[in-house]
Structure formats: structure tokens, C-alpha cells
Write a protein that binds this ligand. Structure first.
Ligand SMILES: O=P(O)(O)OC[C@H]1O[C@](O)(CO)[C@@H](O)[C@@H]1O
Length: 427
């Protein structure tokens, strides 16, 4: 993974960061790196996630998924970090079958999906680190009943990934289901490179060893200087720009298959850094699609954004057939890849032209190693940013309040008095 932060410097952008400030920040990066290395060495909660490339046991994952290798599809039931890492991998990379995710509680979607799936040939992958997440357990109960109704022994088609305790662990024990452990010290949103993200990828034939190799290369690059560590350069520049008013981070891959990556990063950043009035609001965008949708606002709306482009240098291409259409001479002899890349570079320049800070993250191609490196790099960037902000990167206390209240409502508690209604209806 390479990163170019030139368009976030104050010579180009406002808000922008001066070279002198970056040099000063680099000394704080050195301290933060020491803290991170210490946390990794002691396997402290959260920091332990950055050890995954050395620790993850891909052979054990392959053994656990072997009985499901004949599956034509994998239905993962999980939410947040228990789904998005896997979805990033299975959406980005070629798979031998279809990947489906139930990470929401929408009765219409669940019914439609279950009607459409051939459950006989579908592996059921249930993932919850805590083993107590309401959405995941409710969906699991609905799905397993659908298997039973279809006459399929769901216990033969199910793999569970969870912690040592919790309702999901109890259910797995009760039905003697195969269980992969969520590694100790790894928060859900940092678990893409563990059993959580890699097991469904392995069932679908993804080269998970290469994913880990790519992550290892990024781990090796961690050093005490942002100028030598792409991940830290990203963490540091997002922090510095947020402090200067870039409260929004638009993450805009230029490859359709990386769209889910932007979703994964949104959770990673928002839950890790959105604390104490700090953090950037992550926005998911897709190039070139959103050039024709959101770019107007990015270029001419409030100057409160960083745009992060994600681009692969190489990849498959398709020639555009010649048609000699009037005014479209520039397409003659060009390819779809060339058109996309020209649009990407033009968009980058158009934002620099109005002083909107933007950063380019570049990978070699959208393959297993590069995507593994991207996931690891962004995790390290987020941990570094958390150190610079001084927040508790690995907790998410603000998420818990709503969960408790929803549970109380289901148990029959009175309506809430925290909200106010001013309902407007048609006459
Ligand atoms: O894996 P679990 O425990 O089901 O949690 C799912 C998601 O819910 C959260 O705890 C937030 O509600 C996320 O941090 C996590 O990724």
C-alpha cells in the first residue's frame, strides 16, 4: 500500500497541513509507535489485532471449513465487525460461490433471501464475538428454522465463530456445532484478518494465505516515522486535517469491488475514533459513479472534507469498441480502465484545484495480498490516529445505550420520554 498525501499539504489545500507541522507531528508518531509496539508485545486488548498476521492460524481455519467446501454459497449471519471484514474480502476478490450477508434486521429482506437461497447447498456462517448480539441471534433463529422447514439438517451446514461464552457459544455447545474462536484481545471491527473475516473467505475459495501475507508486509512497514510508514502517514494526516476542520472523510474507491471496503472502514473509523467530540464522519462514495452524484458537493459545498481516493495501479481491462461517434473521438482506441483512471485523476485534480484536501491510497491490484495489506494498513492507521487524538480506540460505549433501550422496549417498557414528536401529516 502506498499513500500520497501531497494534496493535503497547505501548499495545495485549505485546510491543509504544513511540512513543518508534519515534522513536529512525526515526533509524536514516534512516541505513538512505541506505545503501539508495547501494546502489541503485551497482547493488550485492541493492540493484539495488529499481531494477527503472525498469529492467525490459516491451517486451522481451512480444517474447520473443510466440511463446508462443497457449498455453492455462504450465508453469513453477523453484524458490524462480524460481517464487514468478510464482506470486504468476498466482494473484492474472486470467489467460487456466492456470499450473502444478513447484517440487518429487515423482515422483508430476510424472507426474500431465504425464499431465493438453495439452503441444501448453502453454508451457514454465524459470527458474533460477544455471542449476545440481538440482531445476529434473532436472524440465526429465523434462518435455522428455514433450514429445518426446507428439510435440511442445519447443524450439518453451520459454522459458528464466537468467543468463549455467550448465547451463541451455548447454542453451539447444545447442538455440537463446529466453532472457530474469535482471538483474545481483538475487537470486532479489527477482526477482518482473523477467523471472523477469513473463514467465509476460505469456504469460497479465496487465497487467505495471500491475504495474510499482504497484511504481514504492512505490519513489517510499521516504523517510528510517518514518512516511512504509509499506514501511519494516513492516520496522521486524517488526524491533522480533522483538527483543522476536515470533519468529514469521504472514502472513494475507484473499483466497484472495493465499495464494501469503504463500509468496513466507516465502522472502523467511526466506532474507534468518534469519541470525546472528536473523529471524522466517514462517508462512503464510489468512483466514477459518485462523480455524477456527490462530486458537486465535494467541490463546491462546505469546505469541511477530506477525500480519500483508493486506486489500484493494475488490473483487468476491457477495450472500448470503436464506433466513431461524433464528439466521442477521445474514446477511440481507449479502454474502460483508461477511462476510469482518467476520471480518477481528473477528479483528484479538480479537488486540488479548489483546495479541498485529498489523499491517494494506492495498491498494486485488487488481489488477495493487496486487500490484506489495505485492511491491515487501515487498522494500523486507525490505532495511530487514536493515539494522536488520545481517545479509547477499542471501546464503543456510545453504541450500548440504544441497545439497552431496545431490549427494554421489547420487554414491554414504557415509551421513551427522551424524544419529542412534532408530527406533520397531510390535511
Ligand atoms: O460480534 P458481535 O459481538 O456480535 O458485535 C457486533 C458489532 O456490534 C458492536 O459491538 C457495536 O454494537 C460492534 O463493535 C461489533 O462489531
Amino acid at each position: 500500500m502506498d499513500i500520497d498525501i501531497g494534496n493535503a499539504l497547505d501548499a495545495v489545500a485549505a485546510p491543509g497541513v504544513s511540512r513543518e507541522y508534519l515534522d513536529r507531528l512525526d515526533r509524536r508518531v514516534a512516541d505513538a509507535h512505541e506505545r503501539i509496539e508495547r501494546g502489541m508485545a503485551d497482547d493488550e486488548f485492541g493492540y493484539a489485532a495488529l499481531n494477527l498476521p503472525e498469529r492467525v492460524d490459516t491451517a486451522a481455519i481451512r480444517d474447520a471449513v473443510a466440511p463446508l467446501a462443497d457449498s455453492e454459497a455462504v450465508l453469513t449471519v453477523g453484524i458490524g465487525g462480524s460481517a464487514l471484514g468478510a464482506a470486504t474480502l468476498t466482494d473484492a476478490l474472486d470467489t467460487d460461490g456466492e456470499a450473502y450477508y444478513l447484517d440487518n434486521v429487515d423482515p422483508a429482506q430476510v424472507s426474500q433471501l431465504l425464499d431465493d437461497l438453495d439452503l441444501e447447498s448453502t453454508a451457514l456462517n454465524v459470527v458474533s464475538r460477544s455471542g449476545t448480539t440481538a440482531e445476529t441471534l434473532a436472524n440465526f433463529l429465523v434462518v435455522r428454522e428455514a433450514y429445518a422447514d426446507a428439510g435440511v439438517d442445519w447443524t450439518e451446514r453451520t459454522l459458528v465463530t464466537t468467543g468463549d461464552s455467550g448465547n451463541l457459544r451455548d447454542l453451539a455447545d447444545e447442538h455440537d456445532l463446529p466453532v472457530l474462536p474469535v482471538p483474545d484481545g481483538v475487537p470486532g471491527r479489527f477482526s477482518a484478518l482473523s477467523t471472523v473475516g477469513l473463514a467465509p473467505a476460505a469456504i469460497l475459495g479465496i487465497d487467505i494465505e495471500s491475504v495474510v501475507t499482504g497484511a504481514s508486509a504492512e505490519r513489517e512497514s510499521l516504523s517510528g516515522s510517518l514518512y516511512e510508514t504509509p499506514a501511519y502517514a494516513y492516520g496522521a494526516i486524517t488526524y491533522a486535517l480533522a483538527a483543522r476542520g476536515a470533519n468529514v472523510n469521504v472514502v472513494m474507491p475507484y473499483h466497484e469491488t472495493l465499495e464494501t471496503y469503504a463500509e468496513w472502514y466507516a465502522q472502523l473509523s467511526a466506532e474507534s475514533l468518534g469519541k470525546d467530540g472528536l473523529g471524522q464522519t466517514p462517508v462512503r462514495a464510489l468512483g466514477a459513479t459518485d462523480q455524477h452524484s456527490q462530486l458537486q458537493l465535494y467541490r463546491a459545498g462546505p469546505n469541511d472534507k477530506l477525500v480519500t481516493f483508493v486506486h489500484a495501479r493494475d488490473g483487468p481491462d476491457v477495450a472500448i469498441p470503436s464506433a466513431e461517434l461524433e464528439g466521442l473521438d477521445y474514446l477511440e482506441g481507449a479502454s474502460l480502465g483508461e477511462l476510469r483512471d482518467a476520471e480518477f485523476e481528473a477528479t483528484e485534480a479538480s479537488l486540488a484545484d479548489v483546495g479541498l484536501p485529498n489523499v491517494r491510497i494506492e495498491i498494486e491490484r485488487v488481489d488477495a495480498a493487496s486487500v490484506g495489506g489495505l485492511l491491515y494498513g487501515m487498522e494500523a492507521a486507525t490505532v495511530l490516529a487514536g493515539e494522536l487524538y488520545g481517545v479509547e480506540t477499542f471501546t464503543q460505549p456510545a453504541v450500548e445505550w440504544g441497545k439497552e433501550v431496545a431490549r427494554d422496549l421489547l420487554r414491554g417498557a414504557d415509551a421513551l420520554d427522551e424524544t419529542t414528536s412534532l408530527r406533520v401529516t397531510r390535511e
